[in-house]
Design a protein around this ligand. Sequence first.
Ligand SMILES: Cc1ncc(COP(=O)(O)O)c(C=O)c1O
Length: 419
Amino acid sequence: MIAERTISPVQQAIDWESLREDFPILHQKVHGHPLIYFDNAATSQKPRAVLDALGRYYERDNANVHRGIHELSNRATAAFEAARARTAKFINARSGDEIVFTRGTTESINLVAQAWGAKNVKPGDKILLTEMEHHSNLVPWQLLAERTRAKLVYLPVTGDEGLLDLRQLDQLLTRDVKLFAMVHISNSLGTVNPVAELCERARRLGVVTLIDAAQSAGHLALDVQEINCDFLAFSGHKICGPTGIGVLYGRQELLDAMPPYQGGGEMILTVDFHKTTFKKAPHKFEAGTPDISGPIGLHAAMDYLDVIGRENIFRHDQELAQHAFEELSRLKGIRLFGPRTGRAGVVSLLLKDIHAHDVVTVADQWGVALRGGHHCTQPLMRKLGVESTARASFYFYNTREEVDRFVEVVQEIQKFFGT
Ligand SMILES: Cc1ncc(COP(=O)(O)O)c(C=O)c1O
């Protein structure tokens, strides 16, 4: 177990192979082949430390939070709030009061679009997005724009190499933009966007910023004070935590000024037949019984990742992705998407005359779990002139040997289809 190891990220090389022992699910065969799990951008696997934390909670401490005054409820409440404080530390927020627990990145962004958006966005205002946004950071803003008669504008992507065209920023990021929402790491392209620089440019014009950190939170060290964003969203399940738990970071002044998102129990101070007063942020945004085991599992996941060190994880992701990109580039009849260098652990590809779904279906027969489709970035796919891609996405428990095997499997697929 990782807690018994003494990995010092700076002084000692990490035995990546041995970390695999913490993940029971990785040790299985799929269709007679050792599983190679390359669908980490969709969801990560969970280490034993997280599974144990969830088991312990349900076996010993399970009770509803905040309202009880018995021992189990006190323990559950303490664990729930400790997870909030841990999350603040994980992204260097100023305090736990800046951390709202949600169901995931999607709900975090919807919360901002509804609670902040309804109050701050007026007809004719602009919302700036990029062309590489996941539907989660696009559809909520479209809904808001429809409600408020605001206008959506997009910072373009350059083409297959998948960079933001920053030359167009001055023209698009203007004073009538109310909010600039951007993805940190693209789930389709592996691009790492210069979010601190973009937030700085926005701040100079008084534009509020939101970072979609779904693909970055578990892969690189995040510091919301350094990035200097106003909001940041991520999901527990992509960073070794359970599904159903997500995080919204919001700058304290903004959260305090926002109306509640949903109404119900837990988020109120007093309720009369005609009038309710609300708790302070973050509690006013957490109506009803929350996911309690989720933050507890997330806490264990954050501890686990930080023993390895997210700088080390990012370096490992990048090495695997660069290796995959270089090896795949040697093949004929392949189209690769995303930056040539400096990409995160995502490689998207298309094989000539073979549908991405066929690539994924045949790869599965070899035990390789990929993802094929539009990756919830349909506008980006359309811009690139494709319907879908096959995507391999890596995490720290993946190895160079797995990447080599994947490249062999891609060649097998080309042979199978005779291309
Ligand atoms: C970049 C990005 N944003 C948002 C999301 C949505 O995350 P969730 O489905 O956990 O809310 C994803 C999920 O794949 C993603 O990759």
